[in-house]
Design a binder for this molecule. Sequence first.
Ligand code: SDX
Length: 427
Amino acid sequence: MSTKATIEFEGKRIEFPVVKGSEGEHAIDVKSLRQQTGLITFDPGYKNTGSCQSGITFLDGEEGVLRYRGYEINDLAEKANFLEVAYLLIFGELPTHEQHDAFLNDIKEESYIDEDLKKILESFPKSAHPMGVLSSLTSGLTAFSPSSVDVNADDQIYNAIVRIMGKLPILVSWVYRKRMGLPLKYGDYALGYVENIARMMFRKPNKEYVANPIIDDALTKLLILHADHEQNCSTSTVRIVGSSHAGLFASVAAGISALWGPLHGGANQAVVEMLEDIKNDDGDVNKYINKAKDKEDSFRLMGFGHRVYKNFDPRARIIKKTADEVLNDLGVVDPVLDIAKKLEQAALENPYFVDRKLYPNVDFYSGIIYRTMGIPTEMFTVMFALGRLPGWIAQWREMRKQKEPIGRPRQVYVGERKRSFVPFENR
Ligand code: SDX
């Protein structure tokens, strides 16, 4: 393939370099486009625009491929623990035992929250959406520990990383426990990262907590599968906020807000609400398929479709299998899972979805596992944020170390031309 692209405009032909990625992707380098031609590109939603060069995650949407730092997602979900995957995403290599244990211990040293932050949590009504609470608390961390760092000082970056890796799980468990009316507790220093999260969240005040390996394993898989996904909406938010040299905690707080939207991470909550509606509507999946197809109806089949995947989301396959295993192992029968499978089959046989390459995405089955764990629907996206944290950290660190310029897109102005001011008395 050529290494140049030519743009012809108003009788001029200008050549631009074509950059090639390590997996053979090609992009026109338009950094000098406006300076050479006076033109800018126009690409709402950035469907055709690469914002950066990144070495963290590779997706092939046509083939349904997902790799973190070159490792297949299936291998990582089956064979790694979440902290290994977090270390891999952030630092670029799978950790040795020594590196893993040092990372975990450094995180544990930071696994506490300033008691004053509890006052912010207590000021929220129980009815507050957990994502709004989590974003506020994460922003609040900046008041108690510096996250703006000198990016040339590796130790400062490392300290900010272990700080948020240690504190966010506590904030997540406290947001959950406040919603459930449970006392805010810490975990057990001796446990592993995910085992400790499960204990912090699910321990009851009136009896000893007994770990459930089925839950721990399912939670590990879900967190790994959500850990990164290249330049999705919330990750792009973290990168662009960080590009102004805002600190890591403030950038992650912004990412949490972006993830909240029902077109993005909020879809896992919307999927279960949709499946519940179908269940209460005599399980009439075809009625909802037709609603999704109806252009006059704003309803979309939540958990279906993806900006990049035009094939099965590889994460959805693993989560669907895990949902079956978890419900079977726990002896849980959830009619919503059966409705999900019926809906998936009906959609994948329907030309509207087939023609548009709309397949189940990561959000379609994940909520069914969370709900089996006893996690309320409005907490599902908080669990997504917990999994995505290492990816946000990795992408923020890469952006800062690449010394990327501040993100500031152009626009095509379509408003009023110049006009004279009309004094108030004449209006
Ligand atoms: C996540 O980007 C990532 O990587 C995100 C994520 C991650 O890990 O970070 O993977 C996580 O956000 C997964 C997506 C979760 N969202 C949903 O499940 C919400 C439902 N899905 C859609 O709203 C939609 O599919 C998006 C937002 C996911 C993608 O939208 P695009 O790429 O902008 O596509 P589009 O809206 O332009 O749709 C193209 C066509 C349209 O029809 P036509 O105009 O061609 O007739 O497909 C239709 C859309 O109407 N369509 C759907 C649909 N999704 C797309 N129709 C019905 N139901 C749907 N779900």
